[in-house]
Design a protein around this ligand. Structure first.
Ligand SMILES: Cc1cc2nc3c(=O)[nH]c(=O)nc-3n(C[C@H](O)[C@H](O)[C@H](O)COP(=O)(O)O)c2cc1C
Length: 186
């Protein structure tokens, strides 16, 4: 059972896109920079955890991929997980779903200790808010706590410096503040 946090030991920020020039990776960097207040913050690059499409026969034959075990270890050492997912045809990415599908056979309660925040960015007007809502429903179905306040950056694009062109700093600060807030007050 996760306990309420006032000082997170470690936060993982996980953009659910491996695409070069990803707006969600750019948003993840903004979030990580704001979380970095003396506590360890790590951006999980899912390129470093390549996983096949989950298949029970594959698991039976070859076991759990080393990348999934490594990621499960990262999650076990964290207190806060920030999921930053593109919206893909009205929901979150298959990359995020597949990643979690490989982690949960290792430890069905891999999320139980984590306080989860959910964000998105999209070149579309809605910023991927539908995908965020789907992530929250999915997490809830798995019995996972997620912070009430989400952030969805619409009309998102990255500039020549690789960073988001427009960002609502006040909104992002409010979002990130939940990482250290008591869940009931979030
Ligand atoms: C197959 C596909 C489906 C998409 N569906 C949506 C969608 O439902 N809503 C949305 O806002 N953007 C949608 N997009 C646009 C993505 O938000 C956009 O490509 C975004 O840049 C992807 O995130 P990334 O830059 O972090 O990789 C879709 C893109 C693709 C390729």
């Amino acid at each position: 059972m996760r306990t309420a946090l006032t000082h997170p030991r470690k936060a993982l920020v996980m953009p659910a896109s491996t695409r070069t020039g990803s707006v969600n990776q750019a948003l993840a960097r903004h979030i990580a920079a704001r979380l970095d207040n003396g506590s360890p913050v790590e951006i999980v690059d899912l390129n470093d955890y390549p996983l096949p499409l989950y298949d029970g026969d594959l698991e039976e034959r070859d076991g759990i991929p080393a990348a999934a075990a490594a990621l499960a270890g990262e999650m076990a050492s964290a207190d806060v997980l920030v999921l930053v997912s593109p919206e893909c045809n009205g929901t979150f990415t298959p990359l995020l779903k597949n990643t979690v599908d490989w982690v949960t056979p290792i430890d069905a309660s891999a999320f139980a200790h984590l306080w989860v925040l959910v964000a998105s960015a999209s070149p579309g007007r809605g910023g991927g808010a539908n995908g965020v809502a789907m992530v929250r429903t999915w997490l809830s179905n798995m019995g996972i706590d997620a912070a009430e306040r989400t952030v969805s950056v619409g009309d998102a694009s990255v500039g020549l410096d690789g960073e988001l062109v427009r960002i609502d700093h006040a909104e992002l600060t409010r979002f990130v503040s939940q990482a250290t807030a008591e869940p009931s007050a979030a």
